[in-house]
Write a new protein. Sequence first.
Lengths: 164, 98
Amino acid sequence: MSRPDLDPRTRKLADDAERLQRDTRLDAWRTPGRRRGLVLATLAALAGVAALAWLDRSVALLVALAAVAGLYVLLRRVVRGMADLPDAFVDERVRAMRNERYRYAYQVLSAVVMLLLLAGYIATDASRLAWQPEARHLHAAFWAVLGLSLALPSMLVAWGEREL
Amino acid sequence: VTPPRAPSHAAASESVHNRLVVLRAERGLSRQDLADALGVHYQTVGYLERGEYNPTLALALRISAYFALPVEAVFSLHPFTPMSAALYAGRDEPGGTR
């Protein structure tokens, strides 16, 4: 689709979005089984990042973060950027579908954040629990929430869509 | 006369039937051709054809305009009669010639 009415920067974004949506090079990754495998791998990598941050293993944490970043880039391309392209560059069905996925993502993320806050609240009461959260524990929670907030919409699209 | 009111859950559960498969086949269009003409993703055409996605009014009107047909000829709240049955309805000998 040519868009002569757009300014050069927006036209480039539109062209990139169109290329992403017409991509066929990653079709081997777009089977339901492989998509779900990719989602599980991303979740496992995120759990690994949180665990390494919790254990304060800085070097291993950097490696795990690089793995999460790589998996996220692959996941985003597999779902053709449907979870995060601007509204103007996707059609009405994709907008409706991702609205629904974002609703689920919001619920899941809210539950995770609430559980973390609750755990922190209980843990800070030393009279009930002889354990105090340290910086590394907050670090682990930070990476877990950041990773989920970025990747969850794409994960839900990859998991639930019949065709991509 | 007051029109009958649809139940409140109708909008969520009502499926819209369409003749997109027949119309696209008649004109020898691929899904990508139709998608390009309508400005949608080619998989959206598949979702529409399978009845897994109900188009907005704007898209339904664009589709009808593309095929140069009234919107009720392309979309309906009731299943369409098969084209062959519609064409040959009332004829005693379906294989006969005029």
